[in-house]
Every structure is written in C-alpha cells, then in structure tokens.
Design a protein around this ligand. Structure first.
Ligand code: ZN
Length: 411
C-alpha cells in the first residue's frame, strides 16, 4: 500500500540519548537497545471511520520513538498495517449501504492526509490486510501443521488458535483469566462460540459466509483474522525479537497478546517483540473516545475548521503518552498560545544559548517520552528569549531545528 509523504528531518549537532520506554510485559521502564536499524511495528487503523484524536495521540507517541532513535544514530524500519478487511468495516459498509472496499480506500486516504498533516514520519512498509492474505494463510497452515490451531467441525471452515498450546500465553498483558475473558468479549472475541477448545481461542481464519467477501486459499475460502494479520506482516518484514510493538492500550489484550502468541508458536522463538508499548486513551466528557461511544473528535474535522495541525500536535504532546487523558478545546487554546510564543521567539535575531535546551529535550524524550517536561524546557527558553536575554544569533535557528527534529513541530 502507498504510504504518505514524510517531512525532512533537520540534522542536529551531536547525538541523542538511548531511549528508555515503558514495557507492558514487565511493567517497567526499560532501555531499548536497537541495532543499527531499529525495528518497530505499530498497529494501524481499521478504515471504517476517520482518524480521531485517540488514534492521533497513539501515532504521535510512536513518531517520537522513531525520532528519538534516529537522533540517537539509528536507522528505523517502521512497519504499519491497515486492517482493510474485518467485521467492523463490513458492518459499517452494510449500515451505510456503502461498498466495503470503497469505504476502506476512502478512509485510508483520509488517514494518510491526517498523518502527513500531523508530520508523522511514514512507515517504510505500509501493508494492507487484503494484500497480505497469502502471508496470513502461510502462518495459519504452519500453525495447523504444528497442532496449535484447529478447524471447527461445524462446516463453517473457521480455524482457531489453541491458546492452551501456547507456551507463555498471558505474559504480555499479565491479566487474570476473568479479565481476559471480559476484554475478549468486549474487543471482537467470541468466548461463547460452540466447539472451541478454550473460550479465549481467537479465530485465525473465518470461512466464507454468504454475502461476505472471501478469498480462495490453502485453508479453504474465507478471510484472515485480525491478530494473525499483524503477526504475518510484522514477522515477514521485521522478524522475531523486533524492538517495539506499539499501539493504544486497548490493543494490549487480546490483540497484541494473541499476535505475539501466534508468532511464538510458529517460530518456536521468543519474544515476538522486546518492548510492548501502549499509549493511553484520549477521553471526551469523562469517557474514552471510541467509535462505539460515538464521542469522537476527528483530526480531519479540526483541519477542516482551519486548526493548524501543529497546534493539534502540540496539544496532544502536552500530556504524557501513557496517561489516559481528557480532550477539550482548552488544550487547543493553550497549544495555540504556546506555539505563538515559540514562533515569536525563534523569529528573533538572537536568544540564550540553545545548547542546554537541545540537551534537555533529548534527555526528557529519552526518559519514556516525557513530552510534558520537554515542552516546558522549550517554554523556558522562549520566555527568556522574549525577554531579550541572550545574544546568541545561532540560538533561534537551533531551537527551530530541535523542535522540528525531535518534537515534529514545524515553527
Ligand atoms: Zn495489530
């Protein structure tokens, strides 16, 4: 699939710090230790609706991971999927008397525009579920051959993964069985499906049903499940033990737990990813922003209302990525004021030495993406500059480059 155009990244003097990130599997902030090329997979959208601020906040967090690694001297192989065939897409298309494929293409195009406007660095591989069906099928065949997947004998053609045969099932989320069952039911699972070996077994392949799109394959006609889609796309491009598997905290279970279990069962290797990193949810009026609740603020809508995408970016970076946090128009007002001061300050002929600021932003971001303090450091420099303190003519351009390269904000 076509990705989106990425902004140039200014070169900064010196080199950034190694990145520490919270890992959900261990519950600890741990050092990432990528090789020359850092490897990151961030789960993409199911394109049945426009990008809302919850998505944007998640993709912004991983954009910072990308930027901090690059500043630390690494190349970054970033992979993202688009779940362009799945139940929610079919259900929305049916509700709106739309063609599922046209709906998916339209929303994916809008997503690309939103990502480019927010200056999110594009993935090297941007892969759709439909274009990777053969990859998912190959893994399902391997899982069946290994005896960790099974076909229901009700004539549906459905294939399930046997969580009971997974060596370390549950290591990533650390949830109790009751909690797993609750999330599984809430997030697309089918705990009460008759004939399964374990209520938590997720489907790998959905056999063809009348009126639903289906593809011929070595496991029969049908379509792949969501978890195996991500497993296949990640494994075939990044391999096992890649550096970061990312997404919103609502993907921790079952999606990321199942994707990792599938990969570990197929390869006999462990772990799928070295860090499992999850961004908090953005709420509106006291509840999580989600499609099912219908309380969404869309990036495209804000752009349509002529909100500067850099203001949206700064507003979302004003909170820590792991916190569940509320959205309000006040955040936009504050971000507008903040960027106004920054822009005024970098337009000056001179300012205080910006070397310490570069070091501070690097240090804060390397500490589990502490954007709150990184932004405060820029505020401090801008306030000093606007009081005409400092005579360093090189400082305003260096601050402009620092904010651009590390925070992704163009001033
Ligand atoms: Zn995924």
């Amino acid at each position: 699939m076509q990705s989106w155009p990425g902004p140039p990244i200014p070169k900064l003097p010196g080199r950034g710090f190694p990145l520490w990130l919270h890992d959900s599997a261990t519950g600890q902030v741990r050092l990432t230790a990528p090789g020359a090329t850092a490897r990151m997979y961030v789960c993409g959208i199911t394109p049945y609706d426009a990008t809302h601020l919850g998505h944007a906040a998640t993709y912004l967090a991983f954009d910072l991971v990308n930027r901090v690694w690059r500043d630390g001297g690494h190349d970054v192989h970033f992979v993202q999927n688009v779940t362009d065939i799945d139940d929610p897409l079919l259900e929305r298309a049916a509700r709106d008397h739309d063609d599922w494929m046209v709906l998916g293409m339209r929303e994916t195009a809008l997503f690309r525009e939103d990502m480019a406007a927010l200056r999110i660095l594009p993935p090297r591989d941007y892969i759709g579920a439909v274009e990777s069906i053969d990859e998912a099928v190959a893994l399902i065949v391997a899982l069946l051959d290994a005896g960790v997947a099974y076909r229901l004998d009700d004539g549906s053609g459905d294939v399930y993964y046997d969580v009971g045969r997974s060596q370390r099932f549950g290591y990533e989320s650390g949830l109790s069985t009751d909690a797993m069952l609750a999330y599984f039911a809430e997030r697309g699972g089918d705990p009460d499906r008759a004939g399964k070996r374990n209520r938590l077994d997720p489907h790998l392949w959905r056999g063809a049903r009348p009126g639903e799109p289906a593809w011929e394959s070595a496991v029969g006609p049908g379509r792949p499940g969501w978890h195996i889609e991500c497993t296949a796309i990640a494994l075939n491009r990044l391999g096992m033990g890649f550096d970061v598997q990312g997404g919103g905290s609502d993907l921790l279970f079952p999606h990321h737990e199942m994707s990792a279990a599938h990969a570990e069962s197929v390869t006999g290797d462990w772990p799928f990813a070295r860090h499992y990193v999850h961004a908090g949810m953005i709420g509106l009026a006291g509840t999580k922003m989600s499609k099912s609740r219908g309380n969404l603020v869309f990036v495209s809508r804000l752009r349509g209302d002529k909100v500067d995408p850099m203001v949206i970016r700064a507003a979302l970076l004003a909170g820590h990525y792991r916190e569940d946090r509320p959205w309000s128009g006040l955040l936009l007002d504050e971000a507008r004021g903040r960027l106004g001061r920054w822009r005024e300050a970098v337009a000056l002929d001179a300012g205080p030495d910006a070397g310490p600021l570069l070091g501070a932003v690097r240090r804060q971001l390397a500490d589990d993406l502490d954007t709150v303090n990184a932004l405060a450091a820029v505020d401090h420099w801008a306030a000093e500059a606007l009081q005409r303190r400092g005579r360093d003519a090189g400082a305003p351009p260096l601050v402009r480059k620092t904010v651009d390269a590390l925070l992704g904000i163009a001033l």
